[in-house]
Design a protein around this ligand. Structure first.
Ligand SMILES: [Mn+2]
Length: 454
């Protein structure tokens, strides 16, 4: 029997809401998982990527991580890991540094055997380069085998990686795929293989409403997991409290009502996210945020979703303006990513206050796929990209390096800008916690080494 903790998406170094307290929370969550590993006497901790939130963790993040890993090492528990998209750098990985220090094992094509289970690793690979993968893994003679990988695998949300194909092409028969990247926990069975995400260990976005945790995975002939080989149990983590307050205002109600609803919750040291809908009087988000922090909240954010609803009502049906815009956009041969962003910005269903988050999310999803930022040639772009130029590499087959060739000037400029912003943020933004706009976008995704491709 072999029993491991499966965790991932730790995002150490993420100063969420520009808060140093939140930054510490992400490291603390990792320490909590490791404490459980030591106390629970597991055979290994398996980490499925995104240990760091960005590819340039600060010294404090690195030192904190090393102390935690050292604790694990002192207890004789191996740390087996792969590289995620957030922390990936072209010139070598942080994980290699930890391996050099004797604190980690970077999983790969060769088996790493712990007890009677063999572990293999598959780092995050951008969509455009997945066609080159051969899923060739060296044979093992253990009783069980697991593949640890970072990416969005089917059958879970936002999937762009075909799990059945991976399993079919792999020359090792895996009992389980222990995954990272999707921050929502989940378990599914795909062709007799258990496929699971433990989810992130701290809420890295406001959409991560449910409780955080990790997996306890047991490989055992008597495992109760349904196939007598693998058992997957979820363990909860005690993380920063998040309080979600939804206030629907009626006619005549306003800030007082919002404050009243906020007050009904335990705000102590919590991240408080208030969403205002309905009718009623205007409210000043900043004033309510201040009210919440004075009442003990660590951070408060108020989103008034009513502006857009009013806009939508004004939108009487002389149908053509939207159509005209759409038509013009199609003519513009925008990149897939640009069209994504345009869609988010113009969507009527999306409150203005959410546009930034949504755009950020969409760019994040795309950012490791340079092809998505390629401008389409005149015409033909529609079919190509909508059909999933992204998932099938439709427009990416020429290879990342060549694609720029034809349209270089425009593209290079765009790419350079991005890379610069990323750098600036990594250097100032995180430490100074100044303004939020574009820099934060880059901070979260930044890591994606655009500059590494140039
Ligand atoms: Mn992640």
């Amino acid at each position: 029997m072999t029993r491991v903790i499966h965790t991932g998406d730790t995002h150490i170094g993420y100063a969420q809401y520009h808060s140093p307290v939140r930054r510490q929370d992400f490291l603390d969550a990792f320490a909590a998982v490791v404490d459980d590993a030591v106390d629970g006497d597991v055979d290994a901790v398996v980490h499925a990527g995104d240990l760091f939130h960005d590819r340039r963790p600060e010294l404090a993040d690195l030192m904190g991580t090393i102390s935690v890993l050292r604790r694990l090492d002192d207890a004789g528990v191996p740390f087996l890991a792969v590289v995620g998209n957030h922390e990936s750098t072209r010139g070598g990985q942080w994980l290699d540094l930890f391996e050099r220090l004797g604190l980690a094992t970077r999983l790969g094509d060769e088996p790493t055997v712990v007890g009677d289970a063999a572990f293999y690793g598959l780092d995050h690979v951008p969509v455009s380069r997945r066609d080159d993968l051969d899923y060739a893994f060296a044979a093992h003679d253990a009783d069980y085998a697991a593949l640890v990988a970072h990416g969005l695998f089917e059958p879970f949300g936002y999937a762009d990686w075909d799990t059945e194909a991976v399993l079919a092409e792999s020359d090792v028969d895996f009992d389980a795929m222990l995954l990272g990247d999707n921050h929502t926990p989940g378990v599914a069975e795909v062709n007799d293989t258990w496929v699971t995400y433990p989810g992130s260990t701290e809420r890295a976005s406001a959409s991560e409403t449910e409780g955080r945790g990790y997996n306890l995975v047991t490989f055992d002939a008597d495992a109760a997991g349904g196939d007598d080989r693998v058992e997957i149990r979820r363990r909860a983590l005690d993380t920063r409290p998040f309080v979600f307050v939804e206030v629907e205002l009626r006619e005549g109600e306003g800030a007082a009502r919002v404050r009243e609803r906020v007050r009904q919750h335990d705000l102590d040291d919590a991240v408080v996210l208030v969403s205002v809908t309905g009718d009623g009087d205007p409210v000043t988000p900043a004033a309510i945020e201040e009210f919440a922090t004075e009442a003990g909240a660590l951070i408060a954010r108020v989103t008034d979703r009513r502006e857009v609803e009013t806009d939508a009502e004004v939108d009487v049906s002389f149908a053509d303006p939207e159509d005209a815009v759409r038509e013009r956009i199609e003519e513009m041969s925008l990149s897939e990513a640009a069209r994504d962003v345009d869609e988010a910005v113009r969507a009527e269903t999306l409150p203005d206050s959410n546009v930034r988050e949504t755009v950020k999310g969409r760019v994040e999803e795309r950012i490791d796929d340079l092809d998505a930022f390629d401008r389409g040639g005149a015409g033909g772009r529609g079919e190509e990209s909508d059909a999933g130029g992204d998932s099938e590499g439709g427009d990416g087959d020429a290879g990342d390096d060549e694609t720029d060739g034809d349209e270089d000037t425009a593209d290079d400029e765009v790419i350079d800008d991005d890379a610069d912003e990323t750098d600036d943020e990594a250097v100032d933004g995180d430490t100074n916690a100044d303004d939020e706009p574009t820099p934060e976008t880059s901070a979260t995704d930044g890591q994606v080494s655009m500059e590494d491709y140039l």
